[in-house]
Design a protein around this ligand. Sequence first.
Ligand code: EPZ
Length: 434
Amino acid sequence: MKAGRCPLRCKFERMDKFIVEGPVRLQGRITVSGAKNASLALMPTCLLAPGVFHLTNTPNNRDVWTFSRLLGSMGVFAELNGNTLLLDSSNITSYEAPYDHVKKMRASIYVLGPLVARYGQARVSLPGGCNFGPRPVDLHLKGLEKLGASITIEGGYIIAKADRLKGTHFHFDISSVGASVNILMAAVLAKGHTVLTNVALEPEVTALARMLVKMGAKIDGIGTTTMEIQGVDELKAVTEDTIPDRIEAATFLLAGAMTKGDLTLEHVNPYHLTAVIQKLEDAGADIDVTGDSIRITMSEAPQAVDITTAPYPGYPTDSQAQWAAFMMMAQGAATIKDTIYPTRFGYVPELQRLGADIEVGEMHCTVKGGKQLTGATVMSSDLRASASLVMAGLVAHGHTEILRVYHLDRGYESLEKKLNAVGARIRRVPTEEY
Ligand code: EPZ
């Protein structure tokens, strides 16, 4: 898939729908893809050095495609061959991320740090909010200002300028994956010593730091909340493997459990899933971890177990909608609290259409399990909400039509193919909507 070479209306731009037949029981083996949120952090590093990068185990999903097109608009040659993404940044021609790209994917803002660090300038559209609330970027901008960049906002765009970024001390007021990614990429080319504290611990941030070191950056404290960076004058293009997608893995584990199935996931990193595994065992699932595979079996309805999301290694907000779907099968009531995105419950009205008994409160929802679920037409609203709808369709009696699955395609590679291979009955149907 070449950036820009995708046919005018490629699969990532159609508004397909899924028709899911239920109930089914999932049984078999699934290979988990590379992590979307790692790819989105690794891809912009190509702006830090000229040359040809190879990112292996890159998932073929819509967000990677969108980011490839953005980088393509800046002069990067991007080509996904299978799951190896080639990025040739020998000829950067633009330092801009237009609104049209950023509105499709917030992570487009990740070009900001590298552009300012290497070229001393950037014009990047402010990302909007999203379906689950405002998504501020103040920490991204404060960090860059602390590194010596001048930041102005003009017409919805961030205008950043710097002769040469200078090492500094910067503390992230809150744990932010995106701000950690952006500021880390900026600091590695800043002149002098930088200390970052309260850096996000998510595996995707650690993966980025490891890649930057491979490129020639000097970083201490990788995997901790305090990173010390000694700026260098130049970096080099490298080949880097992408870590497995812990959120895709969590989605499949929960789908296997809720169908009382027997599912083995391959090519995962169990250490990235400790909070999810713990909660699944609390709910009564049997989990067997062997190297880079996890087997989950469940024969009874789950116990009702509450979750509260938190920054890594806490329970991930990106899997709270999926936990809510799972708890629809439970005996009793479970409360799902999201401390990161307090309004990330857009999936609730859609699950209610299938017969779920869920109430939304302040920063939480409460699922009363055990209700008979019946297929209906539901609307995807965001990536992870859509995943919870697919899971619900697997257990609802009859057909569930899930509209606008392009939300799902953002973060899951061939989701329906993977699930159908282990017993699901999902049809992807193109619609006339674009
Ligand atoms: C990343 O988003 C992920 N996206 C999100 O996954 C994930 O939900 C989120 O981290 C939390 O884990 C990618 O990695 C591409 P944050 P990000 O900055 O970086 C506040 C998915 O489904 N904040 O860690 O935008 C923010 O409002 C997506 O794959 C500020 O206040 O999240 C939130 O409450 C959805 N100011 C908290 O920090 C800032 O400058 C954590 O956000 C930045 C963030």
